[in-house]
Every structure is written in C-alpha cells, then in structure tokens.
Design a binder for this molecule. Structure first.
Ligand SMILES: NC(=O)c1ccc[n+]([C@@H]2O[C@H](COP(=O)([O-])OP(=O)(O)OC[C@H]3O[C@@H](n4cnc5c(N)ncnc54)[C@H](OP(=O)(O)O)[C@@H]3O)[C@@H](O)[C@H]2O)c1
Length: 325
C-alpha cells in the first residue's frame, strides 16, 4: 500500500510517499481501504513532535478517514465486509491507502454521505459536540463565543452550538472567513484582526458577556475573551492554533464563578470510545436531517499531503482540507 511516512520530527515538506507491505490484523481489528482523509492542525503538530501523542518512527500521520471495510478479525461484530465507515485513529496512520483500526473507532456512513464529506466529519464535529455538551454543558438560550470560527473545529462548533439552541458569536481573522461563519449559522461576527473581542462581545451582549467560549486558537484570543465573561461562564480550552499557550489569571476565574475546562476528544475516545461514537451517531442524525453542512474547501491527492498540510497552515482555507486516495 502507498502511505505518507514521517521518519523523524519534521515539517510537512520532509514527509515522503512510500510503498509498504499491508500490516497484519489482530482479532478485534478491521482493515479499511481508505478513500479520503481529513487533514487536521494536529497532524502538523504530530509530525513536528509537538503533539501529545508521539508515535515511534516511521509512522503515517492522519487522525481520521473514510473508506470501506475489506477485512475483519474474527472478534469484530456488528460490521460487514464492504461496509462504508468513517474512522478515527488517535495514533495517526490515516495518510495511507489502508488503515488498521479496532471496531470501537469506526462508525457507519449514511448511504447519502460521500467519502469526502465523511472524512471531514469525525474530528471537527466530534470535538465540537463533545466540547459543548459533555464538557461545556451549553444550554439553549446561552451565548456561545467561537474563536477561529472558520477553521475545521470552529465552523463545526458554530453549527453544533446552533443545534443546541445557543446564540453564536463567531470570531475570525478576515471578512471572507466571517462570511463563511455567517453562512453556517453565526448570529454575530467579530473580526479579531481589526476589532477587540472583549469590546465587541460586550456590545453584542449589552454588557453581560458570553456564557461559553469554544477556543481552538489560544494566546491573545483567549486573553481578550476572558475579559468578556458572563457570570458562571465556561471557557473551553480546545487548542493553541495561534502558537502561544496562554496563562490563566486565577483572580479573573474567581470573581465571576468562571470555569476553565480542558477538552481532549482523542484521548476521551481512547478511554471511553462509546462517548465518542454515540456523539458521532447523534451528529450523523442531524446531518441526515440537513441540520449540519460540512464545508470542504479543497481536496488533494494522497501524494500531495505536504501541500495539503501547508494549505491548512496558510490559514487561507475555511473548513476542512481532504486527501483522496
Ligand atoms: N482538544 C481537542 O480535542 C482538539 C480536537 C481537534 C482540534 N483541536 C485543536 O484545535 C485547533 C484547531 O484545529 P483545526 O484542525 O480546526 O485547525 P484549522 O482548520 O487550521 O483552524 C485553526 C484556526 O485557527 C486560527 N488561527 C489563529 N492563529 C493561527 C495561526 N498562527 N496558525 C494557524 N491558524 C491560526 C485560524 O483562523 P483565523 O485565520 O480566522 O484566525 C484557523 O482557521 C488546533 O490547535 C487543534 O490542535 C483540539
């Protein structure tokens, strides 16, 4: 099988395409013929050695994909050969024509969903749903602020927030990105390249502030948001795409009964796969009802994975970038 290989901690340009023997299968595993792969910011961290998970060399990056089951171990139940599924792969491995994974980490794809849409789905929507429900306890009628709102997880958080009945404020770095955020349901927009998040949130909320922050950007975006919290706000720490890990002043947390809440969806999947697959099945029901609209900005063939990762890092593309095999 062809696979993109990382042989040492590196940048996307140092990854190479290789022909590898097909890996063998354990009794509880399935072999997928991969059709499409979702690119994630975390893939760029993983190959650079900056991610929580550090696979041993050589490895393929890739945390999510879609494809068909072509082989099953004898302990796998509830699936069949030829079934179309989406898969999550916490330790990478999806930038390849085949992926071996356990049946805990695959979810059937609805007949009407194509492979590219399916590959764009698990990490973005799974993280958004897990963050806003399990971790943030977002309630109907509350005000949700999303930073990096046109990125992979950001756009999904807008849509999931709307499904949960929140008023959504989207914050992103350009008017083009904010137009995408609006088309995915955002009620209010903040261009944080030009405007203060704090000032605008206070204007939009008549001084009360937001109830839940979904923050995949970190650094200054988080620090500005911290000054616009409502009473008992929940701040969801999702990522640090901006490149700086913020410090949280405890006095700001104390004075309004604020909660700062970590989110790690992939590790939750490893500890409690049912939480993650149940969330994905709920999300797929919403998708089938036309209530979620995954946005794929661009596709690249597998061999152009380095260009695809650099496209993600360029901040030029809203939503998801996908590799096709
Ligand atoms: N905790 C979890 O379980 C979990 C799960 C999935 C993802 N994440 C994290 O969430 C973050 C976003 O992931 P993603 O896959 O959605 O990435 P993405 O599609 O690249 O989106 C990231 C967004 O961050 C903003 N950004 C601000 N400064 C940036 C910078 N210096 N470089 C790149 N982007 C910057 C960009 O929007 P603007 O240009 O509008 O600012 C961009 O749209 C990452 O840190 C990732 O590791 C965490």
């Amino acid at each position: 099988m062809r696979a993109i290989i990382c042989r040492n901690w590196c940048s996307p340009d140092d990854l190479c395409l290789a022909d590898l023997p097909s890996p063998s299968l354990a009794p509880d595993q399935v072999r997928l013929r991969v059709n499409a792969v979702g690119i994630n910011f975390a893939d760029t961290l993983m190959v650079a050695g900056k991610y929580q998970v550090k696979p041993s060399f050589p490895f393929s990056p890739g945390l999510e994909c879609s494809g068909e089951i072509v082989e099953m171990g004898p302990d796998v139940v509830g699936f069949k050969i030829g079934q179309r599924v989406m898969a999550i792969s916490r330790f990478g491995g999806a930038y390849a024509e085949e992926l071996i994974t356990t049946h805990d980490y695959i979810v059937p794809i609805p007949d009407e969903m194509d492979f590219i849409t399916a590959a764009s789905f698990p990490v973005a929507y799974g993280t958004a749903h897990f963050s806003l429900t399990h971790r943030g306890q977002l309630q109907a009628g509350e005000i949700l602020l999303v930073t990096g709102a046109a990125g992979g997880v950001g756009l999904a958080a807008i849509e999931v927030g709307k499904q949960l009945g929140a008023m959504v404020i989207a914050a992103a770095g350009s008017k083009e990105k904010l137009a995408i955020a609006k088309s995915h349901g955002a009620d209010h927009l903040i261009n944080y390249a030009k405007e203060s998040i704090c000032t605008r949130v206070k204007e939009i909320t008549n001084g009360s502030g937001f109830d839940v922050l979904f923050d995949p950007v970190g650094g200054g975006a988080f620090e500005q948001s911290l000054r616009a919290t409502n009473w008992q706000a929940r701040l969801l720490i999702v990522g640090f795409a901006g490149g700086r890990i913020q410090q949280v002043p405890a006095n700001h947390v104390l004075v309004k009964n604020v909660s700062v809440i970590g989110v790690v969806w992939g590790a939750q999947a490893a500890r409690e796969p049912i939480v993650v697959t149940r969330g994905l099945n709920q999300l797929l029901t919403w998708w089938q009802a036309g209530r979620l609209k995954p946005h794929v900005a661009k596709t690249f063939p597998l061999e152009e994975a380095p260009a695809a990762m650099k496209a993600l890092l360029s901040r030029a593309y809203p939503g998801k970038i996908i590799l096709t095999c």
